[in-house]
Each structure stands twice: as C-alpha cells, then as structure tokens.
Design a binder for this molecule. Structure first.
Ligand SMILES: NC(=O)c1ccc[n+]([C@@H]2O[C@H](COP(=O)([O-])OP(=O)(O)OC[C@H]3O[C@@H](n4cnc5c(N)ncnc54)[C@H](O)[C@@H]3O)[C@@H](O)[C@H]2O)c1
Ligand SMILES: N[C@H](CO)Cc1c[nH]c[nH+]1
Ligand SMILES: [Zn+2]
Length: 436
C-alpha cells in the first residue's frame, strides 16, 4: 500500500501533491462551512457555540457548562495516576527550561548626539490556546502552548478544547492545563472555538492572539480570523519526512512513519532513502504494523493517500527534495546527521540520529511541537515565547540630533509631498524656529 517511487520527476510531483493536500476540492467546501460558523458565532455568541457543539460534537450543553468548573478541575487530579502526573511535571520543567532560554530582551542603545534607540518587548494582554480533542487528547499540546505564553508573561490565557465523548474532557488535559498555570478552560472545539476567541461571546473573552494546532476546520478558521487577531502559524495536519541510510532500522523507520499517520487521515509520512532494500523493508513493515494497529482505519487512510517512499540517488538529493517539501518534522536517521543538517534549509524541527524518534520532541525534549505544516516551514517557525510578544520601537532625539538630521528628513518629507511632516521637524530646529 505504501508506494515506492524511484524517478526524481515523479517524486517531485508526488511531494508537491502531498504538500498541497489541504488545498484540494474537498477542503474548499469545508472553507464555506467554516465561514458560516465564524459569521454565526460573531452574530449569535454563546447560542451559536451550543448549536455547533450539538451539530459537530454531538454534545448538548447548557451555557453555564461552557466553562469548565473548579470542581471538575480538582476532580481531574483524582483521575490521573502518579506516573502520568510525574511525566506531565517532567515535561513542564523541560519545556519551560527550553523556552526560558529564548526570551527576547528589551534593549536601548545610546548613540552620538544623545540619540537613544531601542526595542521594548511586551506580552499580549490575552491569549487563546486551542487544544485539539477530536480524535485524540493532547495534554502535551497544552504544555507546548501554555508554557511559552506564561514565560512571555501573558496575564490572561484562555484554553478551548472540544467537549469530548460521554466522559467529557480527558482529565490529563485538565491536569496539564493546571500544571501549566491555566484555570480558564472552555468546552468548545472546531471553528466555533476559534470564532469565540477571535470575536468574543458572552462567556468567552475575545483574545489578541490564538495559538495551537487542530484539524482542517480549526486551521481554516485560524486563517480566516487572522487580522482580527494574531495567530501563531497554520499548524495543520501533521507530517514527517524521514531521510534514512542503510544503517537505519526498518522497523523503527516504519513505526516513526505510523506515529505521524496515526494523528489524522490527512497526516503525511514520507521516507527518502538511497537504499532500495531499506525502502522495500520499510514498506513491508508498515503493512505488518498496520494489521493490529489500534487506530488502523484512520492510519491506513493517511498512509494510502499521503504515505510515500522515494529511492534517491544520494543523501544530498534527499536533502534537496526535503527542502522542496519543507516538512514540519524531519528525521535524519543516518550515520552522520550533523554532516547533512547544514544542507537543510526548511524544516520545523529536525531530529538527528537513530535514537531520536520524533516522539522525543512531541512530548518532552523541550522545543515546541506546534510547528508549521504544509510547506509553511519555508517562512515560519515553531511556536515560541515570541509568538506571545510584540515589540515597540523606542526613539529619542536630542535638539542637537534633530538639528543635524533635520534637513534630510525635510527633504524626504517634501519629496513625498507631505508638508506637515516636513514642518513638524522644521518648526523644532532651533535656528529655523523664527523663520517658520
Ligand atoms: N502540529 C501540532 O503541534 C499538532 C499537535 C497535536 C495535534 N495536531 C493535529 O491536530 C489535529 C487534531 O484533529 P482532531 O480532529 O483530532 O481534533 P480537533 O480538536 O482539531 O477537531 C475536532 C473538532 O472539529 C470539529 N469538526 C469535526 N467534524 C466537523 C465537520 N464535519 N464540520 C465542522 N466541524 C467539524 C468539531 O467541532 C470538533 O470539536 C490533527 O490533524 C493532528 O495531526 C497537531
Ligand atoms: N506530532 C504532533 C505534532 O505534529 C505532536 C504530538 C502531540 N502528541 C503526540 N504528538
Ligand atoms: Zn505526534
């Protein structure tokens, strides 16, 4: 079922098709649904949230149930065992330590003539984080979104997540939220949750920036509300591209491909290898592991549509193809990964060596797992502390500095025909004050 391609032109065409998989005709139809959801929530607020939750999540809620109560949050701790709590706390520490290293610092610089220039970083007032909850529960994604927001100093963080099956929101998600310092949690998913965060409803506050991954409805909604609010990036259906040499273990490579495919029927799993024997072994192993896979139907679908093995002529060719695809996750399962890494220009996260499966980064290495997908790694990066910060430029000119630079400013302003701009400088220049 996993196709093996050997021709470069075929490989390039297939990789383009997989990269563009969220733009096919079916997706265009989904965009119409998402537009309608956004407009309805904007107009009707909570009422629309309840309506769409009943329609898309098959859950009948009352308005007062939209926000997760304090007693439900407390009860969640009783439902997770010690090993899980320990693992969540370990992940929290590692993710926080990594993100603390990346906090941009405000700065000022004192130049000649008492010119002062600088940048001052401030957090957004309110952030909204989306935690997927349709096909799986993601406590790890709670940590990956909430911790950078906390480190950035965001004073108010609202989390939204689908209401879950009859048992409700997964308790591990609620515990992770509390361990990361979030108390404001709303039971709503999909495009309607993004609309609530972007426009505000009676219950859910409007935020300034929305982060977090989600399925196609969530991703389209984030794209459409961008501008009304800021967003992190379009972190949609996941993807992994693996470059493997003959030293790689085919069983491990196959598992890593399935580890991505099991997220979503739109997930992509690609192997590039110069070893045709490895290519065949991995394809057979994927088949074998799929037989008893607990999420077989969904995973099989992803592998059938967006799974691919390419036999390349060299690792350098693999790097070129990988750069064209710009994968969310890139695994270098090769003997000398640090030799190839310099040839990689576009990738959300790079996992080096045979003993670094993507799962290490998915859960607790520290770097963020919310990453750009579908080629967005060509211009975007992992979610980080800076996602929740903006900076103001700081500029102070002394009278001496204004005198020195004034003529140039006036010339530029007059060239643009903007006389008041020119006058605002001219009037302040000491020896010209009287002429004005
Ligand atoms: N990049 C990352 O960091 C990262 C991390 C975790 C998960 N993911 C991705 O997030 C996604 C999670 O998807 P999911 O579906 O499990 O959860 P989700 O929470 O993103 O989506 C579920 C919601 O979709 C809405 N929905 C479902 N069917 C609909 C329909 N027909 N019309 C309108 N709305 C509908 C429902 O309201 C539901 O609440 C996967 O693609 C996974 O790969 C990415
Ligand atoms: N692989 C996902 C990012 O694409 C992140 C994740 C969370 N849990 C497991 N995996
Ligand atoms: Zn994963």
């Amino acid at each position: 079922m996993l196709r093996i391609i050997t021709q470069r032109a075929d490989a390039e065409a297939e990789l383009r098709r997989i990269c563009d998989r969220t733009q096919d005709e079916q997706v265009v139809h989904k965009e119409a649904t998402v537009r309608e959801v956004l407009q309805t929530v904007k107009r009707q607020g909570d009422r629309a949230l309840l309506h769409y939750t009943a329609e898309f999540d098959q859950k009948t809620l009352k308005v007062e149930e939209l926000r997760v109560s304090g007693s439900e949050l407390d009860a969640a701790y009783q439902q997770v065992n010690k090993d899980l709590l320990d693992a969540i706390q370990l992940a929290c520490r590692q993710i926080e330590a990594f993100h603390r290293q990346r906090v941009p610092k405000s700065w000022v610089q004192f130049g000649t003539d008492d010119i002062v220039l600088g940048k001052r970083y401030t957090p957004v007032d309110r952030a909204g984080i989306y935690i997927p909850g349709g096909r799986a529960a993601y406590p790890s994604t709670v940590l990956m979104n909430a911790i950078p927001a906390k480190v950035a100093g965001v004073p108010r963080i609202a989390m939204v997540t689908p209401p879950g099956s009859e048992k409700g929101i997964n308790p591990a998600v609620l515990v992770a939220a509390q361990e990361a310092g979030i108390q404001e949690i709303y039971r709503v998913g999909g495009a309607q949750a993004i609309a609530a965060l972007a426009y505000g409803t009676e219950t859910i506050p409007k935020v300034d920036v929305i982060t977090g991954p989600g399925n196609i409805y969530v991703t389209l909604a984030k794209k459409l509300v961008y501008g009304t609010v800021g967003i992190d990036s379009l972190a949609g259906p996941s993807e992994v591209l693996i470059i493997a040499d003959s030293g790689a273990n085919p069983i491990h490579v196959a598992t890593d491909m399935l580890a991505q495919a099991e997220h979503d029927p739109l997930a992509a799993a690609i192997l590039l290898t110069p070893d045709s024997a490895l290519a065949r072994k991995v394809a057979a192993e994927v088949e074998r592991q799929l037989v008893n896979h607990p999420r077989r139907l969904l995973t099989e679908k992803a592998i059938a549509h967006y799974g691919l093995v390419v036999v390349v002529s060299s690792l350098a060719e693999a790097a070129e193809l990988s750069n064209q695809f710009a994968p969310e996750h890139l695994e270098l399962e090769i003997t000398e990964p640090w030799d190839l890494v310099n040839q990689i220009r576009h990738a959300g996260a790079i996992f080096l060596g045979y003993s670094t499966p993507e799962a290490v980064g998915d859960y607790l290495a520290g770097p963020n797992h919310t990453l750009p997908t579908s080629g967005a790694a060509r211009y975007a990066s992992a979610l980080g502390v800076e996602t929740f910060l903006k900076h103001s430029s700081l500029i102070q000119y002394s009278p001496t500095a204004l005198n020195k630079m004034g003529n140039a400013i006036i010339t530029l302003a007059e060239t643009e025909g903007l006389n008041s701009h020119a006058d605002s400088v001219r009037l302040r220049i000491e020896n010209r004050t009287d002429d004005a």
